[in-house]
Design a protein around this ligand. Structure first.
Ligand code: HSE
Length: 334
């Protein structure tokens, strides 16, 4: 079975996905009998289109200079071309725009209106316009999956399928690697806030505008997606009470430590409320994870707590989640 893929966004995540598809081509063919053929790759300033299939190795060999390829078409826009491509799956990996979710929102709407299934790693459309997107997908009988939007490769959303006979009642989580890294470094090494932030930025975890991490907006967006997906709520980021970590200093951390407590930036969905704020937790709590890790503790009605821990960001981490979604969509079509 052939599946034609249109990729929008060739940054870290998009490029890692191309690499995965290239590396795993034979394996995917053998295991799932699917040939994922990338027919278009778009960036903000142009794109590559080859309806018989783009040579991924050639694109990857070019690295950041892929615009030097002879068939690079400057100025073409994904939004205009989507309807003419006859693609089966559109992959949206552009950077998140927290104000209006654009251009990702328009890309997703255009893909769905053209009956193209969607896989996205961009969080904005889902924490701002969840209902609208879900409805549109349903109307057009399309699949839309976005595992990579929350904790990248950690199966935070698809865990729902594994708990289909249970009931998830609340969520306690750490969903932002940058703030967790900062608080961990301040706690274990006594490092100052600004230095720890700089380190997190160097690791490539922080958003382009790190205030989105520090002030809790990134975690709040992910919490909305989790709550809508796992608890069946219907919220947007405007419904979250958000408090960041910029006021936390060495003294606060020291005081907590005297009582065997640590400060963690928690994202909580319970009793109908959504909260992101620094909270004191026991040192031996399963939520006391260090570094850039994410953790998600789900309370279930029939089996107590279930805890997922893993890397919440990174090119290959997100790309592997995207590939999972692609395979899931394809398998369900068969
Ligand atoms: N800035 C985010 C974080 C990246 O620190 O977790 C992943 O969404």
């Amino acid at each position: 079975m052939e599946q034609k893929i249109c990729l929008i966004g060739k940054g870290n995540v998009g490029t890692s996905l191309l690499q995965l598809l290239n590396e795993k081509k034979e394996e995917i063919m053998q295991k799932f009998h699917v040939d994922y053929k990338v027919i278009a790759i778009f960036e903000h300033d142009g794109g590559l289109i080859n309806k018989t299939g783009i040579n991924l190795q050639e694109v990857l060999n070019k690295g950041k200079d892929f615009r030097e390829l002879s068939y690079w078409n400057p100025g073409i826009k994904a939004l205009k071309e989507l309807g003419n491509l006859d693609a089966n799956i559109c992959i949206e990996t552009t950077p998140t725009n927290p104000d209006n979710a654009e251009p990702a929102l328009s890309h997703i709407i255009e893909a769905l209106n053209n009956k193209i299934n969607v896989v996205a790693s961009n969080k904005g459309p889902f924490y701002l316009h969840y209902e609208k997107i879900k409805k549109l997908a349903q109307e057009n009988k399309c699949s839309i999956r976005y595992e990579a939007t929350v904790a990248s490769c950690v199966p935070a959303l698809s865990v729902k399928e594994g708990l289909i006979g249970n009931t998830i009642t609340s969520i306690n989580a750490i969903l932002n690697g940058t703030t967790n890294y900062i608080l961990s470094r301040m706690t274990s090494e006594g490092i100052e806030f600004s230095i720890a932030l700089k380190e997190a930025q160097e690791l490539g975890y922080a958003e382009a505008d790190p205030t989105l991490d520090i002030e809790g907006y990134d975690a709040a967006g992910k919490l909305v997606i989790l709550a809508n997906e796992l608890l069946g709520w219907s919220r947007t980021i405007k419904d979250v009470k958000i408090k960041g970590i910029s006021h936390i200093n060495a003294q606060t951390i020291e005081l907590a430590s005297v009582d065997e407590l640590v400060i963690k930036h928690l994202a909580i969905a319970e009793n109908g409320k959504l909260v992101v704020e620094p909270r004191l937790i026991e040192k031996d709590s399963p939520l006391n994870i260090s570094g850039t890790l994410n953790v998600i503790e789900l309370q279930t009605k029939y089996a107590g707590p279930i805890i997922l821990i893993g890397r919440g960001a990174g090119g290959f981490e997100a790309a592997s989640a995207i590939l999972n979604d692609m395979i899931n969509i394809t398998i369900k079509q068969k």
